[in-house]
Design a protein around this ligand. Structure first.
Ligand code: MN
Ligand code: MN
Length: 469
């Protein structure tokens, strides 16, 4: 072994005073294997939970297996007891009771389980030139041109006239057919190529091919549409009128896969924000006897501004905290005033191919750990939560104590755009909150990329947050 060269005074001072976030693969190569093992469960979660409803069902399964019971407002709970509450099948809250009284505060962790997609319109089915289609209305911020020629699966529910609810899911099982939006061949695309990229495919062009064979009867005017209806009726017992009582989402049929020769990355649909939902859920489940009561919330509708009664801009979280407060006979507002929350959501990872939209010193990078985002918003921090220095200090202290690899980052360079999370809706409740999550490449695309090391360290950050503050 060669003797280590003595460091110069400047080098030593630089180490003492400066700071840079390391690549985890260089600093802690032993984590590569641990992260890969952890992410097998994550990939399975992504494949089973492609809609908010499916994620809630999946979460309830995991919670019940881990000993969580539905919240009972007539029960008495002891430290370590575990409860959950489902909000309208589309969001879920889970709690582990802490050793401290509730009015000392709670540790809240919120992630969202809705992802950008193509929703079916209320009256979706039509036939044109002997092809049957679904009309769609996109949900969330998609780049429309990315959704053409991508295999899609149908997921959703329909409530029939008699009240029976049927779950719809085609395109996920081996041997299932898939569906897709068509695009022009390059030979005839000269005019389309002149469109701005944002209009490469227009909203009303996101029509999904669902069939092309007719029902055999000359008397029928739209026999291909009828054939599609017949097949849906045979499989689910639904008729055309049932689409008005349905929520049906078209999502990429692609399963989660490893990306790269070294398998360091995961490529999948819906990682924004199921990557934080899964890691938050795992951290919640593995929390045994926390000092402070935990609330892990998997919420809906973040992608359209947290609207609706399953989104964070509704009172359902406050009502849940009020219920817990009543059970403990403390004031709910005291619980919220003393609460600390992670708004757990993804951030844009620095993409060297498109480096000009980032500011390199304040971007997050894959393989440097979870990213702490002090503020989001647009322009002069408009719409941002802007976490306080004190809140940043508390969360950083928890992560540092547990040796979590984390980094700080903004969403792109100043005035390049912007975005928001659930943070500002949590802050409205008089709760301290900061954004933390996983850096993502190709965010909101049908196939998003994350690093396994970052997923693993986000899970570690959540465990540190719930257990050690
Ligand atoms: Mn998100
Ligand atoms: Mn998003």
């Amino acid at each position: 072994m060669a003797e280590e060269k003595e460091k110069s005074a400047g080098k030593l001072l630089e180490e003492q005073l400066g700071w840079s976030f390391p690549h985890i693969g260089k600093k802690a190569p032993e984590q590569v294997k641990e992260a890969a093992a952890f992410c097998e469960g994550y990939k399975a979660f992504l494949d089973r939970g492609k809609t908010e409803r499916e994620c809630v069902d999946l979460a309830v399964d995991m919670l019940e297996k881990a000993g969580y019971c539905p919240l009972d407002l007539s029960a008495h709970y002891e430290p370590g007891d575990k409860v959950y509450l489902v909000n309208r099948g589309k969001s879920v809250l889970a709690t582990t009771f802490g050793r401290e009284p509730l009015d000392k505060g709670v540790r809240l962790n919120g992630a969202h389980i809705d992802s950008p997609r193509l929703d079916l319109k209320p009256s979706p089915l039509y036939e044109k030139n002997e092809i049957a289609y679904f009309k769609t209305h996109y949900y969330g911020g998609i780049r429309k041109y990315q959704w053409g020629t991508v295999p899609l699966a149908i997921h959703g529910v329909a409530v029939k006239k008699d009240g029976e609810r049927v779950n719809i899911r085609i395109g996920e099982e081996p041997g299932d057919p898939v569906f897709c939006v068509t695009d022009l061949l390059p030979h005839l695309a000269a005019k389309q190529n002149e469109r701005k990229l944002g209009e490469g495919l227009k909203g009303e062009e996101l029509n999904i091919v669902i069939g092309s064979l007719p029902f055999q009867d000359e008397a029928v005017k739209e026999p291909v549409k009828l054939m599609a209806l017949k097949l849906l009726n045979e499989k689910y017992g639904i008729t055309e009128a049932d689409f008005f009582r349905a929520e049906i989402e078209m999502v990429p049929a692609q399963k989660a896969v490893d990306v790269g020769l070294d398998r360091s990355l995961i490529g999948a649909y819906g990682q924004d924000d199921r990557v934080c939902a899964y890691t938050a859920l795992m951290a919640e489940i593995e929390t045994v006897s926390p000092l402070y009561t935990t609330i892990t919330v998997l919420t809906d509708k973040e992608e359209i501004g947290s609207e609706g009664n399953t989104g964070m801009n509704s009172a359902y979280l406050r009502h849940y905290i009020e219920d817990l407060a009543e059970l403990s006979q403390v004031r709910a507002r005291q619980v919220m005033r003393n609460a600390l929350c992670l708004s757990s959501d993804v951030n844009a990872a620095y993409d060297p191919t498109f480096s000009d939209v980032f500011e390199a010193n304040n971007a997050s990078y894959i393989n440097k750990g979870c990213v702490l985002t002090k503020y989001t918003g647009a322009r002069g921090k408009s719409g941002a939560n802007d976490a306080s220095a004190e809140t940043m200090a508390q969360v950083i202290a928890a992560m540092d104590k547990e040796g979590v690899y984390w980094q700080a980052g903004e969403l792109g360079a100043v005035d390049q755009g912007g975005g928001g999370t659930i943070a500002k809706y949590v802050a409205q409740l008089d709760i301290d909150v900061v954004d933390l999550g996983v850096p993502v490449l190709s965010m909101h695309a049908p196939f998003e990329l994350v690093s396994k090391l970052d997923v693993y360290n986000t899970y570690k950050a959540f465990k540190a947050f719930l257990n050690f503050l």
